[in-house]
Design a protein around this ligand. Structure first.
Ligand SMILES: Cc1cc2nc3c(=O)[nH]c(=O)nc-3n(C[C@H](O)[C@H](O)[C@H](O)COP(=O)(O)OP(=O)(O)OC[C@H]3O[C@@H](n4cnc5c(N)ncnc54)[C@H](O)[C@@H]3O)c2cc1C
Ligand SMILES: NC(=O)c1ccc[n+]([C@@H]2O[C@H](COP(=O)([O-])OP(=O)(O)OC[C@H]3O[C@@H](n4cnc5c(N)ncnc54)[C@H](O)[C@@H]3O)[C@@H](O)[C@H]2O)c1
Ligand code: SF4
Ligand code: FES
Length: 804
């Protein structure tokens, strides 16, 4: 039976969770297309605050990478905005003119920051805080400017302010009201918070209404209603959000504040649903992930014909992600004449706890300084438990005890991960029945910990408590992925010892939890097998998407073609050919890359084999975990400072080691003198010419984790360079974790250790022998695609559009 067509607009947290739930319920029901106007796969927006505060990286915020979409046959259009919906013809239209028909349509367009409508709000340097782009803007601005002003003393504003302080800026927080976070905290908790944040370096301008942003092109200051002013090089608007509903509205879908949905997330138009921050349910628009995920679960059931009781609304609990601040708030915050407050205020220790009770039920919680009881109290609030038997002590005094004792006394049904609604019992079951032993694996099985991450310490305690002695042995272990409890070294050892030769066999024999593996372990296993057996028959479908396609997928779904240009040296004939091909195939962009070659960007998948055939040049592997480029300077052939022939050495290095699978990408550079024009000092392997010899540097990195290379050794001849480089690469191949760059690998194993290994001639020879055996197995992949129809049909035909 033909699959039904499911289209989703919005590639954010709530929407993609719906897709994950659908895939769990019925993997094959839908042909899924997702439009996301950000140029990224689905990432954890919540963690942007932690990126700013330096606690995590952008890479770590990715929830589902491109290979997840590919392996689930999801067509993803990133950087593309849906601009119209024809609900009669049942199709959506994008800003690139793409029309996609749907049987079912999900609107998951999220929110937009509320930008104050004051003069000057459109000046350069005025931003919201919503996405990676905003985050990057703040990081860049902090490198150049000193003074930031955040407008809004709510959750978002305070997290942004903390991040900007971390980035080295002076920060004013402008707040309209008398108290910070007035929607979540009462006056006492709010003033305790203010004091703490002032100590952390924030300056508060309270009860200030902004009337104008001053400056010429770029913002220079803020003027307030009371006539006062403050200077600003950067203004971050964090004064709330508004549901992103214009597309729905223009398409005739009923919108109030958000897109109005019933308990099954259905809009007023048949087959059109809304979920997440853009949806309004029973007159409430939610702005935290916990309720959005509940909505997502319900919508997945509806779309998989498993309609249950529907979504009935949520009570939300909030915490602030600022280190040194421990607070929790849920429900009402002030008592009135129908409710009573139970309050503990220990000023000495900076602890404040308030529980509001009406008709023997908890209706509100405010905790500051000690939030240990938040889960327990929040559960009582949510379940409307009768609390008439509780004393104020049993309400509010958490027992001083060790963490594992806390876990022991925790009821089984206590919710541990509020974002995902996961109880202790579910986590314990995953540990006992699925054999998981790390927080990451628990997340893989249950989703716990995959959003704001604040429950991770408790999950860790539950793992320790459940595993007992076993825990100590597994605690230090970094497993290959959530499908196994084995580490990289254990997997490699088992493959060698048991003579396992295919990915399937490894998974079966080593009792993989998920028998199909996942997007993390399949490429890793493929790599390990290829590293162990020189004649290994590569499993192309297990590779990361770009390697599988032998081309780099771009944000609009097109691909790039970057042929080899050994050592960055080309010819007039090749340049002419590239120019002709660029015109013939109408490439969107022709660009000199950072690795000294020329890239053709914006080619549709179906065109790739023809382009490669016309080019007749080898692949530059610009997409691979392999040797990318060897950058060279002109050296002794032309430069008056050159002491060595850097171009010849670079070209030979590239020819010798091209196509070699490595744990991560490898870049090299060769300069002919210490002026180092080829930037060899920030390469995985950098060679610098001296009078009568060469210096070999290793473990440099010019990317996000900038690192200068370490001097490995000095040699006299080119032959020695090849020998040392070969042995070094093979040792890296054999001992690094999959996806570990040489820079982190060397730091982990130690430069002295690597030097010691390579100093031994016998070891060097053995390493080079194994390397050469492996190198012998490689074929030119583009040529193969040109020659073999089966490959073209499998990977580059239109029919296979969804398989990426
Ligand atoms: C810095 C920050 C910190 C946060 N911290 C927390 C926290 O600690 N706890 C918590 O629970 N929540 C937190 N939140 C809120 C949480 O991130 C959101 O509730 C959640 O991301 C909303 O999910 P969503 O899918 O509805 O919207 P989004 O994640 O915003 O996704 C919507 C996506 O749709 C795209 N889109 C919109 N229109 C179109 C179109 N026409 N065509 C194509 N694509 C379109 C948007 O670009 C966006 O990528 C935080 C938010 C921010 C910004
Ligand atoms: N830790 C978390 O859970 C977390 C973190 C960040 C963001 N978020 C979510 O992101 C969304 C946006 O957060 P937010 O803090 O912008 O929204 P918010 O509505 O919670 O807070 C906005 C704050 O700005 C203040 N404000 C409004 N107008 C102002 C003005 N003109 N001048 C100065 N202050 C003004 C308000 O008084 C309010 O305190 C919310 O849904 C929030 O729940 C959550
Ligand atoms: S590194 Fe030295 S030899 Fe090479 S181009 Fe620069 S100055 Fe000339
Ligand atoms: S509480 Fe947010 S991820 Fe668990």
């Amino acid at each position: 039976m033909a699959k039904r067509k499911l289209v989703m607009i919005g590639n954010g947290m709530a929407g993609v969770r719906v897709i994950e739930e659908i895939l769990k319920l019925n993997h094959d029901l839908y042909e899924i297309t997702i439009f996301g106007n950000e140029p990224h796969p689905n990432y954890n927006r919540i963690q942007l605050s932690n990126v700013l505060q330096g606690n995590t990286t952008f890479e770590e915020t990715i929830i589902n990478d491109l290979s997840w979409y590919a392996s689930n046959l999801i067509q993803l259009f990133t950087g593309e905005t849906v601009t119209g919906i024809d609900t009669n013809k049942k199709l959506v239209i994008s800003d690139k003119g793409r029309e996609v028909a749907y049987d079912e349509l999900i609107l998951a367009t999220g929110s937009l920051p509320f930008i104050l409508p004051v003069p000057g709000a459109d000046k350069e340097g005025v931003i919201g805080f919503r996405d990676i782009k905003d985050c990057e803007d703040m990081i860049q601005t902090a490198k150049q400017y000193k003074k930031a002003v955040v407008i809004g003393g709510g959750l978002l504003g305070l997290e942004a302010a903390k991040g900007l302080i971390h980035l080295g800026m002076k920060v004013d927080v402008v707040h309209l009201m008398e108290h910070l976070m007035e929607r979540q905290l009462d006056a006492v908790a709010s003033s305790m918070l203010k004091r703490e944040l002032e100590e952390q370096g924030m300056n508060f301008l309270m009860e200030k209404a902004t009337v104008e942003l001053t400056g010429t092109d770029r913002v220079e200051g803020i003027r307030f209603k009371d006539g006062t002013e403050t200077k600003a090089d950067l203004v971050v608007m964090a004064a709330g959000i508004k549901p992103n509903v214009s597309l729905a509205k223009e398409s005739g879908i009923y919108v109030n504040r958000g897109i109005v949905v019933n308990d099954f997330m259905e809009t007023n138009i048949p087959h059109v649903y809304a979920v997440g921050e853009c949806a309004e349910h029973r007159e409430i628009v939610y702005g935290l992930v916990a309720p959005l995920y509940e909505q997502g679960k319900v919508l997945a059931q509806v779309l998989c014909n498993q309609k249950d009781k529907g979504y009935e609304g949520s009570i939300t609990g909030t915490q602030l992600k600022v280190s040194g601040v421990d607070l929790f708030s849920a429900g009402e915050i002030y008592d009135d004449n129908t409710s009573k407050a139970i309050v503990v205020h220990n000023e000495y220790e900076g602890i404040y706890k308030k529980v509001l009770v009406r008709d023997d039920r908890i209706v509100g919680i405010v905790l500051y300084g000690d939030t240990k009881d938040s889960n327990r109290l929040f559960k009582m609030l949510n379940e409307k438990q009768d609390v008439s038997d509780f004393t104020s002590i049993s309400f509010l005094q958490s027992q001083e005890s060790s963490n594992t004792n806390d876990v022991a006394s925790m009821p089984n049904d206590e919710v541990v991960c509020g974002c995902n609604g996961i109880s202790k019992e579910t986590i314990v079951n995953a540990i006992q029945e699925e054999g998981v032993t790390t927080v990451e694996q628990v997340g893989g099985c249950t989703n716990a910990g995959r959003s704001c991450g604040r429950c991770k310490p408790v999950i860790q305690d539950i793992i320790a408590y459940t595993l007992g002695d076993e825990f100590a042995q597994t605690a230090e272990k970094k497993t290959v992925c959530g499908c196994t409890t084995l580490s990289r070294d254990e997997v490699v050892e088992e493959i060698r010892e048991k003579g396992l030769t295919t990915i399937k066999e490894v998974m079966n024999v080593l009792h993989w939890e998920n028998e199909e593996g996942c997007s993390k372990c399949r490429p890793a296993l493929n790599y390990f097998l290829g590293m162990i057996y020189p004649d290994y028959a590569d499993e192309r479908d297990s590779r990361l998407v770009n390697e599988k396609m032998h081309a780099n997928i771009q944000k609009d779904g097109t691909y790039s073609v970057i042929p080899r240009m050994y050592g960055g040296v080309t010819t007039a004939k090749d340049l002419r050919k590239l120019a002709d091909i660029a015109e013939k195939y109408d490439v969107q962009l022709l660009k000199i890359t950072g690795g000294q070659r020329i890239g053709l960007y914006g080619l549709e998948k179906e065109k790739l084999p023809a382009v490669w055939e016309d080019l007749g040049m080898p692949s530059g592997y610009a997409y691979g975990k392999t040797l990318r480029t060897v950058k060279t300077c002109v050296g002794a052939q032309f430069c008056r400072f050159g002491t060595q022939d850097s171009m010849s050495l670079g070209i030979e290095l590239e020819k010798r080691f091209e196509r070699l699978d490595t744990p991560h990408k490898v870049k090299m550079g060769v300069s002919a003198c210490p002026r180092n024009c080829a930037e060899a000092g920030i390469k995985d392997v950098g060679i610098v010419g001296l009078d009568g010899g060469w210096e070999i540097y290793v473990a440099g990195n010019g990317g996000t984790d900038l690192r200068a290379g370490d001097l490995l050794c000095k040699v006299k001849t080119e032959e020695e360079v090849y020998e040392i480089t070969g042995a070094y690469l093979q040792y890296y191949r054999e001992t690094a974790l999959y996806l570990e760059r040489t820079s982190t690998w060397v730091e982990r194993v130690g430069l002295d250790h690597v030097k010691e290994v390579l100093a031994n001639e016998k070891t060097r020879n053995e390493l080079n022998e194994r390397l050469n055996q492996t190198l012998a197995r490689y074929e030119e992949p583009w040529q193969k695609a040109v020659e073999e129809e089966q490959i073209r049909n499998a990977y580059y035909s239109k029919r296979e559009l969804l398989k990426l």
